[in-house]
Design a protein around this ligand. Structure first.
Ligand code: SAM
Length: 380
């Protein structure tokens, strides 16, 4: 089938992403889906207690959304959300999974005596056909900094095709956040970059001496490649809340019941943040997300649940935070105001990866304005 406009794949072996380039399904499988076919990877998600508790509580504290209802689990993986939906009283659960993990899900569901309720369907959600519309769509689609992986496109596709007009989305809302941070990672990455360039210069010298070829013409592209890798690629980090040195700002808010692919193709935002710490170094920015389970306007949650991936001492998640480092860091003081202009687009080579442009003006508490800076980052 595959009739989704703006889905990742619109049918056949290739497809269009909303307004973007054609996606080769085989390449997408090799680059993206393949890791989800491994139990070690599913186990990593199943061991994330913050994630698990949030979905578990969202379902079992809101059983009225599930009892006697039909549910679609988009990207069921091991089948965990489908199992909980059935245990909460769903009359029928369609559990769709693109990879061979579907076979493990089927085994697990049978072993838990829920195979009379949960039907596992192997295939891309864009391609499968269900016999009916559903009351609930549940999915754990969030990637690093929310939108990496672009899996929300698939949830939108499922919603537009299979959710009843009265249906409920789990989760129902999502937000991206950003805040200025201090970190020693920047010094480390700068050293790594410089070490790599020193090694390159030795290599150029050796190649000339030993083999009579001068490689120095490749120094600039090599340096650019290494800069991208060491200095411009965002880092996964589990930030301590003390590393956040200013107010956090919302970058993007998404209503999962109404958002379109176009709404998330590009994220553009102007953010204001004030430095709250004493004199310190602005080493970069941390990005994270939260999602909420609120039900819908006509059928609200009895108990709203939040899943946050914000810096935390006790409640860290496998998503951690994405760190965007500044080279060199900038000295800032309490009361300095940062005016950040942020934009995030999908990488042209791989629509599941992101490219970010971030520029920033700093107005010091004295009224002095520091020269603005601008950086490009990659979420790989
Ligand atoms: C983040 S995992 C979540 C797995 C499981 N729902 C859980 O919460 O533990 C996302 C899963 O969705 C699957 N998936 C991603 N895009 C899909 C699509 N378009 N159609 C079907 N499955 C998809 C992946 O293979 C992966 O197993």
């Amino acid at each position: 089938m595959g009739s989704c406009r703006n889905g990742v794949v619109s049918g056949g072996s290739n497809g269009e992403i909303g307004g973007g380039p054609t996606v080769d399904k085989g390449v997408d499988f090799a680059n993206y889906f393949c890791t989800y076919a491994f139990l070690y990877h599913q186990k990593e998600m199943l061991s994330d207690r913050v994630r698990m508790d949030a979905y578990f509580n969202a379902i079992f504290e809101n059983k009225h959304h599930f009892q006697g209802k039909t549910v679609l689990d988009v990207g069921t993986g091991s089948g965990i959300l489908a199992i909980w939906s059935a245990q909460a009283g769903a009359k029928k659960v369609y559990a769709v999974e693109a990879t061979k993990m579907s076979e493990h899900a089927r085994t697990l569901i049978k072993a838990n005596n829920l195979d009379h309720v949960v039907e596992v369907i192997e295939g891309s959600i864009e391609d499968v056909s269900l016999p009916e519309k559903v009351d609930v769509i549940i999915s754990e689609w969030m990637g690093y900094f929310l939108l990496r992986e672009s899996m929300f496109d698939s949830v939108i596709c499922a919603r537009d095709r299979w959710l009843k007009p009265t249906g409920v989305m789990y989760p129902s809302h999502a937000r991206m956040w950003m805040a200025p941070i201090r970190s020693s990672l920047g010094d480390q990455k700068r050293n790594d970059y410089e070490g790599s360039m020193d090694e390159w210069y030795r290599f150029v010298q050796d190649t000339k001496t030993s083999y009579g070829v001068n490689m120095s013409v490749l120094t600039k592209p090599f340096s650019e490649e290494q800069k991208k890798y060491y200095l411009q690629t965002s880092l996964w980090s589990n930030l301590h809340p003390h590393q956040v040195i200013g107010t956090a700002a919302i970058v993007k808010e998404i209503d999962c019941s109404t958002a379109t692919v176009n709404d998330v193709l590009e994220v553009r935002s102007n953010l204001l943040s004030s430095i709250t710490g004493e004199r310190t170094r602005l080493c970069g920015f941390g990005g994270w997300f939260d999602v909420h389970f609120r039900g819908s306007k006509v059928d609200p949650a009895q108990k709203e649940i939040e899943l946050t991936t914000a810096p935390s001492m006790d409640d860290s998640t496998h998503w951690g935070q994405q760190v965007f480092l500044l080279h060199p860091p900038i000295h800032v003081s309490e009361g300095d105001d940062l005016n950040v202009s942020f934009s995030m687009n999908r990488s042209k080579e791989n629509h599941r990866l992101m490219e970010i442009e971030l520029s920033c003006d700093i107005r010091q508490s004295s009224g002095n304005i520091l020269p603005p800076f601008s950086n490009r980052f990659y979420i790989e």
